[in-house]
Design a protein around this ligand. Sequence first.
Ligand code: ACM
Ligand code: ZN
Length: 494
Amino acid sequence: MKTLASLFLAVALCVPVVIFGSDVRNVVFPEPQKIEISADEGTTSEAAKNLRFCIDASCGNEGYRIEILPEEIVVSHATEAGKFYAEKTLEQLKNHYGNALPLLRIEDAPAMRWRGLHLDVSRHFFSVEEIKKFIDTMAFYKFNRLHFHLTDGPGWRIEIKKYPRLTQIGAWRVDKTDREWNWRETEIPLGGNAETRKLYGGFYTQDEIRELVRFAKERHVVIVPEIEMPGHSFAAMMAYPELACAGNNVPVDGLRGKDMVCVGKPETTQFFIDVLSEFAALFPESPIHVGGDEVWHECWLDCPDCRARMKRENLKSSVELQTVFMRDIIAFLKKQNREIIAWDEIFAGGLSDEHVATMVWREPELGYRAAERGPVILCPGEWLYFDMYQGKPESEPLAIGGFIPLEKVYEFSPFPQDLSEKARKNILGIQANLWTENMTTMAHVEYMLFPRAFALMDIAWHGAPRNYARLLEQIRLQLPNLKARNCNFRPLEK
Ligand code: ACM
Ligand code: ZN
């Protein structure tokens, strides 16, 4: 048998190494950081069953090494995540080459810690089985964060024992799925039995949530639950009208922009603390996302309780009402030693807390400034909102608007040249957001996700966009994998 040293020839010469028809560097997605191919091109290993795992601290947190030798395959890793990613790489190699694997050596590790996908299950609801499939596909491509948008105006999707009406009422709305999205104004009926009326909706029981968390953990995906506050709270206020400001006729005003809870009443803060306590127990290892986006602060000026709080706390503007409300929520979670995330707006009113990660959905510059203070996740709407059109609206399913084709996603460069070292370290990663106003089925979600998720992952794994032509070739080689997983996608040639 040849020695390892002579078997492998570093192919750092940038010549594509074509084995059995396709460049081996294009077969595994995301493309590993380094692949060295055996000098004996065409030699294969039938040793797929002869797998040996070794611990090697030098592989780092999510990294791994694979050596495919004639008689065995050696996988080195420092963590269980690294081992899992090595297994996914081998799975992809086997899917492509069968049992006759090319002799090679891979060294791999991601550039970014947060490789996320967001899924809105409020606007449309997806079953536990569908979410499991989504997570499994994420894991196959080494995504590691599922931002689970569980509460919003059109539906509350998680059982909270202390407040049963959140799901008895807030999880159901009059079924208007036969109409175009624009005509589907949310109508949550009070009372009645969801089973016997034609209502749209659903929610996850606490047992189902625990099962999803377990399933995701096995695949090294952290589910990051979000509870929206103080805005996007129509469903919660329909269930518990006392959360609303005095004078807010929730069924009518709540749909006309007044969907903020009353932040003047201490009972509102207590409500969210109670809900968060159940969240914290259900997601014991997750950061918790506390929402905070798209708040119409001025509407609080009509409320005596909110005005009284402004006076009591000497606040100069209604924006600061959000600041003090979030401050109390954050203080509660900090006491529980929880990691916290919020949308970028919550910092507008002077809140400054290096403990809270900023999730930036507006301009990335907001993120670069925030990264001077603390952790940041970038999901800017201009590049990473996968609810936008991928092609000409006439030939696409209805989308929210905009135009973000694959090429556009691949233009997003998370690290500008002039970023300080501190800010660079604080940028945890990137994610794409799937708001599901128009996505009524998981097949549609998948269509919006792929192939754009490949561009996102390539940037997350390597830290920057690279070669678009190569990406296209790599995507082409992934389509059989998507088909085999029964996962929908938008065809490349469309
Ligand atoms: C958002 O898109 N409102 C976070
Ligand atoms: Zn109020």
